[in-house]
Design a binder for this molecule. Structure first.
Ligand SMILES: Cc1ncc(COP(=O)(O)O)c(C=O)c1O
Ligand SMILES: N[C@H](CCC[C@H](N)C(=O)O)C(=O)O
Length: 443
């Protein structure tokens, strides 16, 4: 059993995280419950910051809030000195409501709406990461309407294919994101932006994909971006102040996953920058990164209550829990794999192989196939590890199932940071039009 961060098995044979027995958390907050090990989140944040400090380069570590955007997480990012990457008005609003410093917010997205852009302009955020030609024109016009000049990075696709799932690989040419380096669109975008009065080009951005275990892709991306920086300086007399290398640093979900320590990813990037610019007669660019998954992923655990089971002799045994694809769609979307234990019987040996099913009306609603467990009974607690990133963030209300609560645990304290949705939350935006109210079905 691999235990992350402060997780351990206590004298009662129960899983404990942040000094809290999870059986107590289940009693206090109910299940399903997302539990976040705050100390581990802070440790990851400081690993990034310290690795950059050691490089001697100027930097920003922007937490990619899409991985887990809630106000309490923005507060932690702020305290740890991170910047923040947002991709929608909702993520921006979350950051602003949490009081996150606007100058450290970067706005991403391949289809920012005029309303979203105006909201970010009014807030005065630090930087827009511009994704395409339409956005260049729109942003310039909207900034002009407000008499503002805005900092931009241009997102480029460097032509690097990260070895990861197709849906989470973004640096290749055939991608919906960014200006292509290979076909000249990236240079054309810089030329275009230089003509636009209200945009200030800070530099470029590249993100090659997610859940990446090697440094090779990052090195290749740095090489390509650095060559581009040098050629743009020569040809257009523009010096990039910032190079943003995105996120994508992998984490250990299951045995066999081999992420590198944060310091190695950062070291590979900063070394490659130094090598590429060794002969440059201009200041080294500031390096920004945008880790999402690796900031919060392994700090999250989802706690479920076991309900029904179905044994099909000679085929398999299904064990159903009180959540599923609504709180974790990743197995259904990406065939993602997770490890789990019976949290209230964590010292007991495995006796059977079961597959963990969710409670949605969907055959694909499976969380884990072929998991070795003690003989589980209804009422036991199942803890699924490494659910901190892209779980709460990607949760849905399919089947009108309510999103779970989120608690942060640290030093024996548990703080509720997101309330469990209520049944009232489920219908609060529903409207029965007057003409339907006449129907006998709708009283
Ligand atoms: C532009 C950009 N930056 C950062 C991230 C964060 O990636 P990860 O969570 O793999 O670190 C993503 C993907 O989610 C992204 O698209
Ligand atoms: N935005 C990221 C991928 C996010 C993947 C995430 N949703 C997951 O669950 O793994 C990217 O384009 O590289």
């Amino acid at each position: 059993m691999y235990l992350h961060g402060t997780s351990k098995i206590n004298a009662n044979g129960h899983l404990e995280i942040g000094g809290k027995d999870v059986t107590d958390l289940a009693k206090e907050f109910g299940t399903p419950l997302y539990i976040v090990d705050e100390a581990l989140v802070r440790q990851r944040a400081s690993e990034y910051v310290e690795a950059f400090k050691a490089s001697g380069l100027k930097f920003q570590v922007a937490y990619a809030s899409k991985a887990f955007s809630v106000m309490a997480m923005c507060a932690i990012a702020e305290q740890e000195g991170l910047s923040l990457d947002v991709v929608s008005d909702g993520e921006l609003f979350t950051a602003l409501q949490a009081g996150f410093p606007v100058e450290r917010i970067h706005f991403h997205g391949n289809n920012k709406t005029p309303d979203e852009i105006n909201m970010a302009l009014d807030a005065g955020i630090g930087c827009f990461v511009v994704d395409n030609f339409d956005e260049l024109a729109l942003l310039n016009a909207l900034a002009g309407d407000k008499g503002k000049k805005v900092n931009i990075l241009l997102r480029i696709t460097p032509g690097v294919e990260a070895h990861t799932h197709d849906y989470i690989s973004t640096g290749q040419q055939d991608s919906k994101f960014g200006f292509d380096l290979g076909n000249g669109a990236a240079k054309q975008a810089i030329e275009e932006a230089l003509k636009l009065d209200n945009l200030v080009i800070l530099g470029v951005h590249s993100h090659i994909g997610s859940q990446i275990f090697e440094v090779e892709g990052f090195r290749m991306a740095v090489d390509k971006v650095a060559q581009f920086a040098v050629s743009i300086r020569e040809e257009l007399n523009l010096t990039f102040k910032v190079i943003n290398l995105g996120g994508g640093f992998g984490i250990r979900y299951v045995e066999g996953d081999t992420p590198l320590p944060v310091s190695e990813y950062v070291g590979a990037i900063t070394d490659a920058i130094k090598t590429n610019f060794a002969n440059a007669d201009f200041p080294l660019p500031e390096i920004w990164v945008e880790p999402g998954r690796s900031m919060v992923g392994d700090a999250g655990t989802t706690l479920y209550t076991v309900g029904t089971s179905k044994n099909i002799p000679g085929v398999r045994k299904y064990l159903a829990v009180d959540g599923g694809m609504t709180d974790n769609p990743r197995p259904a979307l990406y065939q993602s794999r997770y490890e789990a234990i019976l949290a209230n019987r964590a010292n007991e040996s495995a006796e059977e192989t079961v597959s963990i099913a969710g409670k949605c009306c969907e055959s694909g609603d499976m969380l884990i196939w072929d998991l070795e467990l003690p003989k589980a009974e209804s009422g036991d607690l199942l803890a699924v590890f490494c659910t901190g990133a892209y779980n709460y963030a990607m949760a849905s209300n399919y089947n009108r199932i309510r999103r779970p609560a989120v608690v942060f645990v640290k030093d024996g304290e548990a703080d509720l940071v997101v309330k469990r949705e209520s049944l009232d939350n489920i219908v609060c935006n529903d409207v029965i039009p007057a003409r339907l109210q006449k129907s006998p079905l709708a009283k």
